[in-house]
Every structure is written in C-alpha cells, then in structure tokens.
Design a protein around this ligand. Structure first.
Ligand code: LIP
Length: 268
C-alpha cells in the first residue's frame, strides 16, 4: 500500500545518500581494482563495499525482501514475486576507475513485478534521479515534466560503445541509419545515467546491445514514470530477470527508430 511504499522510499533514499557519501570519501584513497570475466570487466573494493552495505541493511530491516545485485551479495532470485531490490552499487565502474565521474548508484524496487521506486544517483555531480510510481520523476527536489515526443532528425541518441557486439536478434548494420539521421550520438559509459538522461529529456534515446538487470532496472522504472518507452532493441518487452538489449526513448521516436531498425533488417 501507499504508506508502506512511502516509508520504503524514505528509508532507501537515506541509504542511497549514505552510500554516496561512502563513495565520495573513497575518492581520496587508493582503489583496489580487479578484473572479473576479462580485462574490460572491472570491479573495485567500493563496488563490493557498497553492495554489501545495502544487502546487509535490507536483509536486517526487511528480511522478506529479495535482492539481485551485481557483486554477489544478493539472493537466488528466479521470480519477481514479493519485494525485490535490483541493485548496481556502481554502474559505470570503468568511468569510476578512470574519471571519478560518470558513474551512478542504481536501485530499482519492484513489488510483485511492478516497478514502484527508483534511484539513480550520480554521486560526483550530486544528482539524484528518483521516482515513486504514480508521482512523477524528480531530479533532486525538482519535479520534472513528462516526456514529449521528438523526431530523430532533432534527437541526440546515446549508443553504447559496445553496439557492435554481436546479438543474434538484431543486425547492427541496421543501426547505422539511426546514427546518420540523428542530430548526434553520445556514449557515456553508464547505462544507468544514460537511462536517467532519457527519462529527464537531456537525451532523446538510448540504445545498447546487452545489459544485465542491475544496469537497467532503475532506469526501466524511471523511463516508464517519465512517460517514455523502454523495450529491447527489437521492440520486445524487457525481461527484468535476464540480460537484454535495451532501447529507451520518447514515445513517437520509439516507433520511428524501430521502423528504421526493421527496414534495415529487411534489406539485409
Ligand atoms: C556497465 C554499464 C555500461 C555497459 C557495461 C556495463 P557496470 O555497468 O553501465 O554502460 O556498457 O556493459 O554493464 O559493470 O559498470 O556496473
């Protein structure tokens, strides 16, 4: 119910700011950096510390809630029932390591599969994008307007640097006309912030070939609340428990871009 969601939102927000302070504090200390699956897949002591911080608090305060986390402090989750937190303690770890900016804490909270609360916190810029389902989206204390549509020719599209990664469901050649027809492309290296930027209208669309649930969960909720559309790159609905390609944008633009992708795929 609403009072429960409100209380959960307030509590989670406090923890997000606390985690942000821990990350800011780490800027002056040496990071402990290791590789996960390969050289480009970095993890730091802070990714682990922050996820552990959330997991410990959540398990203590809400023993019946479940967690999916990037760094292994979560639970085995196979279904979306009950209250589920999907957490990326630091989305954009490579940026965190290289720039100490352009990374974010990303948390999406779902109740029985419905996204109810989202936080994407750009710690370095002190920008918290957040929402409670049905109440609109906020940047810090400022309520943001719902998204209006835009045409591709006047749109800035974020395309993830790994857009050439093979994906059996989509031919990357079909993305080339989107690059050509848009006003410009960007790649920020953090899915969470790219989705937050679509939700707040700083960019018009975001396309990426392969993300994990923790990369897109909070953004998925924010985009929906902002009145945008989020799907896979081939236009299917996003499975919140699986890796997906992700395409988020303003409403009319979503159809325009999808039709270009379909045209490209047909002419192959
Ligand atoms: C990263 C994303 C990045 C994407 C990578 C990765 P991490 O998240 O935000 O934009 O290209 O595949 O998932 O690993 O830094 O949390």
């Amino acid at each position: 119910n609403d009072a429960m969601i409100d209380a959960l939102y307030k509590q989670a927000k406090e923890w997000v700011y606390e985690a942000g302070a821990m990350i800011k504090d780490s800027f002056s200390r040496k990071l402990d950096i290791t590789y996960k699956s390969h050289q480009a897949d970095l993890v730091t002591n802070m990714d682990k510390n922050i996820e552990k911080f959330f997991a410990t608090l959540i398990h203590e305060h809400y023993p019946d809630h479940k967690i999916i986390g990037e760094e292994g402090y979560g639970d085995e989750v196979k279904k979306m029932d009950g209250t589920l937190w999907i957490i990326d303690p630091i989305d954009g770890t490579t940026n965190f390591v290289h720039q100490q900016s352009n990374f974010a804490i990303s948390i999406g909270i779902f109740v029985d599969g419905v996204g109810v609360i989202a936080f994407i916190y750009d710690v370095a810029r002190d920008e918290l994008f957040h929402c409670v389902k049905g109440q609109g989206i906020y940047l810090n204390d400022q309520k943001l307007p719902s998204l209006r549509t835009n045409v591709l020719a006047e749109s800035v599209v974020a395309i993830n640097g790994t857009w050439l990664t093979p994906n059996p469901k989509i031919d990357h050649q079909s993305l080339i006309p989107i690059v050509r027809k848009s006003r410009g492309t960007r790649s920020y290296g953090t899915a969470a912030l790219e989705l937050a930027y679509v939700a707040c209208g700083r960019i018009d669309a975001y396309i990426t070939m392969r993300l994990s649930p923790w990369d897109f969960a909070a953004g998925y909720i924010l985009i929906g609340e902002a009145g945008g559309t989020i799907s896979t790159v081939s236009g299917e609905s996003v499975n919140l428990l699986e890796k997906n390609s992700i395409f988020a944008s303003k409403k009319g633009l979503h159809e325009e871009i999808l039709s270009i992708i379909y045209e490209g795929a047909k002419s192959e």
